[in-house]
Write a protein that binds this ligand. Structure first.
Ligand code: SAJ
Length: 422
C-alpha cells in the first residue's frame, strides 16, 4: 500500500519530491519545522527558487494532494530529506536526521517503509534504524528481524542538479540500498511511482558511499582544474586554451577552473569521507583544501591589480572594484557556500565604499553585504564605473556581453569567458 507519503523536510529535495508524488495522485503530507515554510506551501507558494517548482506546488496544493504541517502524520511511506550540515570542525551534524527519526517513530505502523535521502556518512541509515527501534520497542526493525521486520528501511541518495531538479528528480537513475532485500524491493516499488530512470538495488552502506563518491569525484576533478589554472598563471599560459587543447585527447576531460567550489553538496560531502577514514582519504582531503584555497588566490590577484594601478598613479582609496556574480554557480540565485560571495565580502571589508556588485539573479544584496557600503549595479554600469572587474560567476548575461575595457581598466576573469577581451 503506497497511498500516503509523509516527507520530512520541505527543502530543495523534499518539496520537489512531494509535488511529483502529488502529481501522481498520492496523498502527500509535507513536514517542516518552519511554520513560515508550512504556511507558504499551504498558500500554494514556494520559499525557494527552482525553475517550474512554483507551478508544481501550486497545482499539488490546489488539487488537495499536498498539504504541509509541522509534525508528521501516519503514512505508508516516510521519506527523510533534511539537511546534514558540517560542524566547524568539518564533522557531519546528524542532529536533523535524529530529530526527524524521533518525530516519525510515534506514528510508525507495521508495514511502513522509511527511506533516508539526506546525504549521510556511511552507517547513518543503521543509526537511524537504531533511533527508531529505541523509541518503538513494540515494532521489529531490519537490524533485529532481518527480512521479517515490521518496518522496512532503505537509503536512496538524491542526485538532482540545482536548476534542473524538476526534470532530474524523474529522469535520473536511483541507487537504492535496503537494509535487507525486502527493504530494497519495497523502496524500489515506491520510487517507481515517479522515477523514469532505472532503480538499482544495492546494500545500504554502498548506497550511502555512492553519493559521497559521486560528489567527491567531481570535487577532485574541479580541484585538478583549479590547481592547473594557478600553475598556468605562474607559467604565463592561458589555461582555457590549454584545457580546450588537452580535452581533444580522447581520454582527457578536464573540468573548468573557477573562483572556488560552492553549494551545499560538493563543498561539503567529501568531508564525510575524510571524517570517517582520515588516514586513507588523502587525495579527497587535499582536493577540498585546493578548492577552498582558490578564493584567497583570486583575492591576491585583485590586490596585485590594485598595486599595479596605484603604481600608475591612482590613489588606492579611489580604486573601484566590481565583482561580477556572487551566487555559487551560474544562472541561479543560491548563495550557499558561495566562494564568489566570500571573495566579495573580503574585498568589501578591505576596500570600503569602493565595492560594486553585479548579480542579475538577485533583486537586492544579501544581508552580509547590505551594511558594507556595497553598491548593486548593472553590468553596463559596472563596466563604465570600475577600475577592476572581477568576473566570478559565468552567468549567461555575462557570457552574452563583450566588454570594451578602457585604458587602465583591469579584468580578472576567473571563469575564462572573457579571455579574449583586451
Ligand atoms: N564548478 C567548477 N567547475 C566545474 C564545475 C563546477 O568550478 O567544471 C563549481 C560550480 O561553480 C559550483 C560548484 O562547483 O560552485 C558545484 O557546482 P556543480 O554544478 O558541479 O554541482 P551542484 O553542487 O550544483 O550539484 C551537485 C551535483 N553532483 C554531481 O554532479 C556529481 C548534483 O548531481 C548533486 O545532486 C548535488 O551536487 C547534490 O545535491 O549532492
Amino acid at each position: 500500500m503506497l497511498n500516503t507519503i509523509c516527507i520530512m523536510g520541505l527543502g530543495y529535495i523534499g518539496l520537489p519530491t512531494a509535488t511529483v508524488l502529488a502529481s501522481r495522485k498520492k496523498r502527500v503530507v509535507g513536514v517542516d519545522v518552519s511554520q513560515h515554510v508550512v504556511d507558504t506551501i499551504n498558500r500554494g507558494d514556494i520559499h525557494i527558487v527552482e525553475p517550474e517548482l512554483d507551478i508544481l506546488v501550486h497545482a499539488a496544493v490546489g488539487s488537495g494532494h499536498l498539504h504541509a504541517v509541522t509534525s508528521p502524520e501516519p503514512a505508508d511511506v516516510f521519506l527523510i530529506a533534511v539537511p546534514t550540515p558540517l560542524t566547524h570542525a568539518h564533522r557531519p551534524d546528524l542532529s536533523y536526521i535524529e530529530s526527524a527519526a524521533k518525530a516519525i517513530a510515534p506514528v510508525l505502523r507495521k508495514g511502513n517503509l522509511v527511506v533516508l535521502e539526506s546525504t549521510s556518512p556511511v552507517g547513518t541509515t543503521e543509526k537511524m534504524a537504531g533511533w527508531l527501534a529505541d523509541t518503538r520497542p513494540d515494532l521489529s526493525f531490519p537490524q533485529q528481524a532481518g527480512e521479517e521486520s515490521d518496518i522496512r528501511i532503505a537509503y536512496c541518495p538524491e542526485r538532482v542538479l540545482p536548476g534542473r531538479i524538476v526534470h532530474e528528480i524523474v529522469a535520473n537513475d536511483r541507487v537504492i540500498g535496503g537494509m535487507t532485500q525486502r527493504c530494497s524491493q519495497a523502496a524500489i516499488a515506491f520510487y517507481r511511482l515517479f522515477v523514469q530512470g532505472e532503480c538499482i538495488a544495492t546494500d545500504v552502506r554502498t548506497a550511502e558511499m555512492c553519493k559521497l563518491a559521486e560528489n567527491s569525484f567531481r570535487d577532485t576533478n574541479i580541484a585538478f582544474a583549479n590547481e592547473l589554472s594557478m600553475i598556468c598563471d605562474q607559467q604565463g599560459i592561458n589555461v582555457w586554451e590549454l584545457i580546450k587543447l588537452a580535452n581533444r585527447h580522447p581520454r582527457v576531460d578536464i573540468l573548468s577552473p573557477g573562483c572556488g567550489v560552492g553549494g551545499h553538496c560538493i563543498a561539503v560531502d567529501p568531508w564525510f569521507i575524510v571524517d570517517s577514514t582520515p588516514e586513507d582519504a588523502k587525495l579527497i582531503r587535499l582536493a577540498r583544501e585546493v578548492n577552498d584555497a582558490k578564493p584567497d588566490w583570486v583575492i591576491r590577484k585583485v590586490e596585485q591589480a590594485v598595486d599595479e594601478l596605484t603604481g600608475c598613479g591612482l590613489n588606492a582609496r579611489d580604486i573601484r572594484i566590481a565583482c561580477l556574480g556572487i551566487t555559487f554557480k551560474a544562472d541561479i540565485d543560491d548563495l550557499r557556500e558561495s566562494p564568489a560571495l566570500q571573495i566579495t565580502q573580503i574585498l568589501a571589508e578591505r576596500h570600503a565604499g569602493q565595492l560594486r556588485v553585479v548579480e542579475p539573479n538577485l533583486q537586492t544584496l544579501p544581508d552580509s553585504l547590505r551594511n558594507m557600503q556595497v553598491t548593486l549595479m548593472t553590468l553596463n554600469e559596472a563596466i563604465l564605473d570600475a577600475h577592476i572587474l572581477v568576473l566570478l560567476v559565468d552567468h549567461t548575461d555575462f557570457r552574452n556581453t563583450r566588454p570594451d575595457l578602457k585604458g587602465r581598466q583591469r579584468l580578472i576573469d576567473t571563469r575564462g569567458i572573457w579571455k579574449n577581451t583586451k
